[in-house]
Design a protein around this ligand. Sequence first.
Ligand SMILES: [Zn+2]
Length: 254
Amino acid sequence: MIWDQLTSPEIQKLGRNIPVIFPVSATEQHGPHLPLATDRMIGEFFCKELNKAITDKVLILPIMSIGCSEHHMGFAGSLSIQHQTFLNQADDVMNSVVRHGFKNIIIFNSHGGNLAAGHILMEKFGSENPEIQVVLATWWKLASESLFELNESGPGGVGHAGEFETSLMLHFAPELVKLDLAEDIKNIHGYDWAEMDMLRGAKASIYRSMKAMTSNGVYGNPKMGTAKKGKQITNLVINELKNIVADLYNSKLV
Ligand SMILES: [Zn+2]
């Protein structure tokens, strides 16, 4: 069910164990071949698919469509809010949900720049609301083992606007993908110990703006993106999400 498409009396009647999905995303540059809305569209698409699969057992909140994207601001069109703004807004939304009696919240993230603030949000909210189960799920981490098998571009290929994000957009919004402008851009101005992508963590982290890392805002190989892979990624992610929703829904912990 979609939260804001129900009426207030309809929400009132629902069981309070139904997990509430809170999608958080970003509006930022995705190179010359993908639109600024890529992270938001991916988050919304997964939510729509999840809702189709288990509509009675899940409630989906309106998406937070601007996230922590300071490192993308060197590229035109990117929008960003500060970590504290993200925390304040998300915390307020989640508190509203809890005030209506719901017991399970899944923060569903589709943007790497929200990871740090997302963890703080989960830890802070969880410790302040011990009667609530709060989960942070980022789509590419949900199914990373099976996603590895789909990765044809190798290390660095599934970074920002790379193989996976391009595949997903080709799957559900091909009219917005300018594949003729896609370039393979990896490991530029980098340190070996800081290299990472959606599937591989780095030994250590260093702050770098995207402008300092890549010439066109892409970090990965979008040329390896296919619509077929986008559909496979979707199935893997939705299956994992369904598991989490079912576990929370059936949980006796709350
Ligand atoms: Zn993205």
